[in-house]
Ligand binder design. Structure first.
Ligand SMILES: [Fe+2]
Ligand SMILES: [Fe+2]
Length: 234
């Protein structure tokens, strides 16, 4: 077992800064989605669940920032205002963009986050990083479930349900293709050290493995349950 005070390489600080940016962006996206849900008159339970997630994501951003600072990161998080929100597709009903955000950020993003953060936490021993991953992992299961509850509501309770299911059926396979390429592309320049693992970093090949496993174990059966079929594995 690596010492709790494992020294941080530059890559550790950079990665925790990137995670801070991602968590902050998740807070903004979820806040925007909650507003859209208010605008279409969604169930108040769903809206409230979304607002709780906004606060969770802010806590994740704070905890990630604490880890970045402890790892010696000097640069502040880079926050692009244009990315801190959701974009409307001109000429399309709001429900369609809600469906897209639900699928991408929650059904796919938060569902993948559960095994991804569990793998990051496996060998994480540095207390500031471990505290963050403990909290994130605790919350991500509820965030994932929010996505699957929302998609079911969109398909079953929304007057446009049939159109939305057809849209998911059309857009999901190419979306999974492009997102999968990001996770399976090898990007590591130097092998990851035990110290970096103790700070909660994960070698890139693990991202690809976890993605491929999630397709069969999570995405295929969960989407099938709501009537969206993934193409057979090649
Ligand atoms: Fe998060
Ligand atoms: Fe989340």
């Amino acid at each position: 077992m690596i010492e709790a005070e494992a020294p941080a390489s530059e890559r550790v600080g950079v990665e925790w800064r990137r995670r801070t940016e991602a968590e902050y962006t998740s807070a903004a996206i979820t806040q925007h989605l909650a507003l859209w849900l208010i605008q279409i008159g969604a169930s108040p339970d769903l809206i409230r669940a979304g607002l709780v997630i906004v606060d969770d994501e802010l806590v994740h951003a704070e905890l990630s920032h604490a880890a970045a600072v402890a790892a010696g990161s000097q640069a502040p998080p880079q926050l692009t205002r244009e990315r801190l929100g959701l974009a409307r597709t001109p000429g399309e009903p709001l429900e369609r963009d809600i469906l897209r955000a639900c699928v991408r950020s929650f059904c796919v993003g938060e569902t993948l986050a559960v095994p991804l953060f569990a793998a990051m936490r496996e060998r994480c021993a540095v207390p500031v990083a471990r505290a963050c991953l403990d909290r994130v992992l605790l919350d991500e299961v509820r965030h994932r479930d929010f996505g699957w509850t929302l998609i079911e509501w969109l398909f079953e309770a929304c007057p446009m349900g049939q159109d939305l299911r057809a849209l998911a059926q059309r857009e999901l396979p190419p979306y999974l293709e492009s997102r999968g390429r990001l996770y399976t592309a090898a990007r590591e320049l130097a092998p990851m050290t035990d110290e970096e693992r103790a700070w909660g970093l994960l070698p890139h090949p693990r991202y690809g493995e976890i993605w491929r496993r999630a397709i069969e174990r999570d995405f295929r059966p969960r989407f099938a349950r709501v009537g969206v079929t993934l193409p057979a594995a090649s």
